[in-house]
Design a protein around this ligand. Structure first.
Ligand code: SF4
Ligand code: SF4
Length: 469
């Protein structure tokens, strides 16, 4: 095979024009399994904003309130450090899955593949027919039947794009917000703008751009070769078994030939239009449609399946595949380490998050009779999905200070952030006070059980001024 032969993108013609693919649908064990995975993911995506867990939508990223509800857990903006764990899981997860299963993400879980292969192509075939019928329809001049078919397809794709966009927006403004914005677009202008943009983008993708996302936009395929090696599982054509290829009739007269009958079905079913027999290629998203296609041909010919199969380069070269190699173990350990740290952090997180801050631009104030006053606010986040009654007092060691609060006890609403203003007054006029001392606030529940503590630095002038007489 020459470099030129393998160094072209099937969907770009000699003059740079788009070559439209009429992908044939095949039914087999991998394609059916992929439908199940895709439809399950689709269901989760659609239901997450509408199903409640612990009194909140399963996924709701409430940016204005800085609260994030994820499958029953509530996070606040102060929990932003969790994002570091999430980033770690994504990075090590990609490293681990690519080094072991190649581009399994692309073919099986990537939203682009999920939408294209398990929805868009099925809808297209339902409306316009098999590849040969679709090709004929596209070549025909416009007539009433063609207009009806094309317009029906466009409308269904735009509705599908609209449904996905509505759900995406619902993740951020909640179901109430999304319903309001659907009936009154000006009630949430930003959300409406994002909805229109996303719907237009997805419609463009479904109607025209399609596999170009994987071929020329997505960066993941570009660096897969760095993450994969000859022991990574991927879709391969067994060259030893298949070559030299040839039609069955020719095979009877020309001996010996391999098992590949050069039927081309593996190319016709490929969503990126490549020929897997040319070896590992950037365009291959490892959807395994060619595996099912070739297996169906081998079954018809009463030959062993697996001429195209999930395998490794090592296995095809007759070497032993090493699934547990140092880099895989390193990625696995790193992934499990980050996952354990995240689970531990979440399980150790207290139900209340307490922070005390000083009043801006006012380190301390000397009152008329020489007392020293410090002011600030206590911010209490209730991470629970139930209300809590709290009260605030000073630790025993700080009882010489006076705590003044407009509200000293308060019912914290579920998943709420609350601010309590306080003043601390040091009235010990005669004592030589320290310029700064650590004060401890204690939060108690209704039964005077301690819920948490927070530190505050009480500031005073270095030299105490004499009280005014
Ligand atoms: S070569 Fe096979 S596995 Fe790769 S994208 Fe095409 S059909 Fe899918
Ligand atoms: S489907 Fe199988 S037999 Fe047919 S061309 Fe592809 S590899 Fe050869």
């Amino acid at each position: 095979m020459s470099l030129e032969e393998n160094d072209t993108v099937k969907t770009i013609g000699d003059d740079g024009e788009r070559v439209w693919l009429y992908v044939r649908r095949v039914v087999g064990r991998f394609v059916l399994l992929r439908y199940i995975v895709s439809w399950t993911l689709f269901l989760i995506l659609f239901l997450a904003p509408w199903i409640d867990i612990n009194g909140h939508p399963a996924i709701f990223l409430d940016l204005p309130q800085r609260r994030f509800y994820v499958f029953g857990l509530t996070f606040f903006a102060t929990n932003a450090y969790y994002l570091l764990f999430v980033a770690g899981l994504i990075i090590f997860g990609i490293f681990l899955s690519s080094s072991t299963l190649g581009r399994a993400w692309c073919g099986w879980v990537c939203p682009q593949s999920v939408f294209m292969e398990s929805f868009v192509r099925l809808i297209e075939e339902f409306i316009e027919g098999k590849p040969a019928q679709r090709k004929r329809l596209d070549r025909e001049a416009w007539h009433i039947k063609k207009i009806i078919k094309k317009v029906s397809k466009w409308v269904v794709f735009i509705i599908l794009a609209g449904m996905i966009s509505t759900t995406t927006v619902a993740y951020f403004i909640g179901r109430q917000g999304v319903l309001e914005s659907q009936f009154d677009p000006w009630s949430h202008p930003v959300a409406t703008g994002i909805f229109i943009f996303l719907t237009a983008l997805l419609s463009f993708d479904f109607l025209w751009f399609r596999e170009q996302v994987c071929l020329i936009v997505c960066p993941y395929g570009r660096f897969q070769s760095v993450l994969m090696d000859k022991h990574s599982v991927s879709v391969w054509y067994d060259v030893q078994r298949g070559e030299p290829r040839g039609k069955t009739k020719i095979k009877e007269s020309h001996q010996p030939l391999g098992d590949c009958v050069d039927c081309g079905l593996c190319i016709q079913v490929c969503p990126t239009g490549i020929d897997i027999r040319k070896g590992s290629q950037l365009e291959c998203i490892q959807c395994a449609a060619c595996v099912d296609a070739c297996d169906s041909i081998m079954q018809q010919l009463n030959r062993a399946t697996g001429l195209v199969r999930y395998s490794t380069e090592a296995e095809l070269k007759g070497e032993k595949t090493r699934y547990f190699r140092p880099r895989v173990l390193a990625y696995l350990l790193a992934f499990l380490g980050v996952l354990s740290a995240l689970i531990l952090t979440i399980s150790l997180a207290t139900s209340l998050d307490i922070r005390v801050t000083r009043m801006v631009d006012a380190p301390y104030e000397v009152l008329e009779h020489g007392q020293i006053k410090n002011g600030g606010q206590i911010r209490v986040s209730n991470h629970l999905n139930e209300p809590i009654m709290i009260s605030v007092k000073l630790a025993a060691k700080d009882q010489d200070l006076s705590l003044v609060m407009p509200i000293q006890s308060l019912e914290l609403k579920p998943a709420s952030v609350n601010h309590l203003i306080f003043f601390l007054i040091d009235s010990s006029l005669e004592k030589l006070n320290q310029a700064r001392r650590e004060v401890t606030f204690v939060l108690l529940d209704e039964k005077q059980k301690e819920l948490g503590k927070a530190q505050f630095t009480f500031l005073a002038p270095e030299v105490r001024v004499s009280p005014k007489q």
